[in-house]
Design a protein around this ligand. Structure first.
Ligand SMILES: [Zn+2]
Length: 173
């Protein structure tokens, strides 16, 4: 899905845009979610800032489902992004601002055209948790304990396998 704006003109005319995206319309987000359920709504407002730079106020709100990294089942994550983006040269202050300051204006290179869908994709990806986990859940149960039996037949190797699976378990903790 493409939503290309002429950046300078959109901002000069105080343009606004609204859209609702499903994960299947955001290919890179689709790679990071559990399924195609969920929606992210976008609101964008353009303006020129004090330094005459095209500026976008971006608001994203929605819910997606990602895979819990412990039990590997889907879990909902809330998406809430409020970001001001300015396009052009960063000011001295902005250059010195720590990048992890969430209130900071994000300064991007000036461009003639901007794909809002791509911008939404970028910001959604940044907002997703790195290691999503339910507050409470269990590791998946072993699929079928019967499957252990063929390994037992390997005799001498069994001890080594037991040690290996034990250390795997320790890594998980
Ligand atoms: Zn879980």
């Amino acid at each position: 899905m493409f939503m290309v704006i002429e950046l300078r003109r959109f901002c000069e005319e105080s343009g606004t845009a609204e859209a609702v995206f499903s994960p299947s319309q955001l290919p890179r987000v689709l790679d990071s979610v559990a399924d195609t359920t969920g929606r992210v709504s976008m609101q964008v407002r353009g303006s020129l800032d004090a330094r005459d730079r095209p500026t976008l106020e971006l608001r994203l709100e929605g819910e997606l489902r990602v895979l819990c990294q412990r039990c590997l089942r889907p879990m909902p994550v809330h998406v809430a992004v409020r970001q001001t983006l300015a396009f052009g040269e960063p000011s001295v202050d902005e250059r010195e601002t720590e990048t992890f300051d969430l209130d900071a204006v994000e300064v991007l290179p000036l461009m003639a055209h901007l794909d809002l869908a791509e911008l939404v994709e970028e910001e959604v990806l940044l907002s997703l948790p790195m290691l999503p986990r339910h507050q409470q859940c269990d590791l998946p149960a072993p699929a079928d304990s019967g499957k252990v039996l063929p390994f037992a037949a390997l005799g001498a190797l069994t001890g080594a396998l037991a040690v290996a699976s034990q250390s795997e378990r320790n890594q998980d903790n």
